[in-house]
Design a protein around this ligand. Structure first.
Ligand code: ADP
Length: 180
């Protein structure tokens, strides 16, 4: 584990499976349909059970899904985390389609939603760097910058932010970004 304390809040990096986290909310790298998919999305729905998908369907019926950069919240179902925050990262298309800003928004809006629910701890996966193809080093820099910015704020409920990274390659990229 690698960590950094900023303004009384702690950012920590670890390798692991996000579905096993015991935090107030885990973040899902969902797709706009909110109907589940592969990667971390599939793992979260599989571990959390049908209640999460049911709530996603209700949200979809109300607001037609979740656009890239936005976030929605459901319960954690059978997970040890009370909530799942579903956010949608950008699909990498070479960088000229505002991907960096969309990725930063996905982190910011997830944190804002956690704060709305007065949550104290949250775990993120590496959004967009799997199937969505975002270059890892750039994505790590954007992710770390967005959470550091949150931590510098005067007020806000979140005290602990984790990045739960599936493989060593991804962990190393986030470690590099955290240290720079
Ligand atoms: P995206 O579509 O946003 O790229 P993916 O799920 O394809 O999302 O990949 C995002 C990251 O999540 C990748 O680094 C992938 O290895 C990782 N990942 C997959 N399963 C898990 C899991 N259970 N816990 C944490 N990270 C995971």
């Amino acid at each position: 584990m690698s960590s950094l304390e900023l303004n009384g809040r702690k950012i920590s990096l670890k390798r692991g499976d996000i579905t096993r986290e015991e935090v107030d909310a885990i973040v899902n790298a969902a797709n706009s349909s909110l109907l589940g998919g592969g990667g971390v999305d599939g793992a979260i729905h599989k571990a959390g059970g049908p209640e999460i998908l049911q709530q996603c369907k209700e949200i979809k019926a109300r607001q037609g899904g979740c656009p890239p950069g936005q976030a929605v919240i459901t319960s954690g179902g059978k997970l040890k985390s009370a909530y799942v925050i579903h956010t949608v990262g950008p699909i990498w298309r070479g960088g000229s389609g505002n991907e960096a800003e969309t990725l930063a928004s996905a982190y910011r809006n997830s944190l804002a939603l956690a704060e709305e629910f007065d949550l104290k701890s949250i775990s993120f996966p590496s959004i967009s760097t799997g199937a969505y193809g975002y270059p890892l080093e750039q994505a790590a820099e954007i992710a770390i910058k967005a959470v550091k910015e949150y931590c510098r704020k005067e007020s806000g409920s979140i005290e602990a932010i984790y990045f739960v990274l599936f493989d060593q390659f991804t962990f190393d990229a986030y470690k590099q970004a955290l240290q720079s």
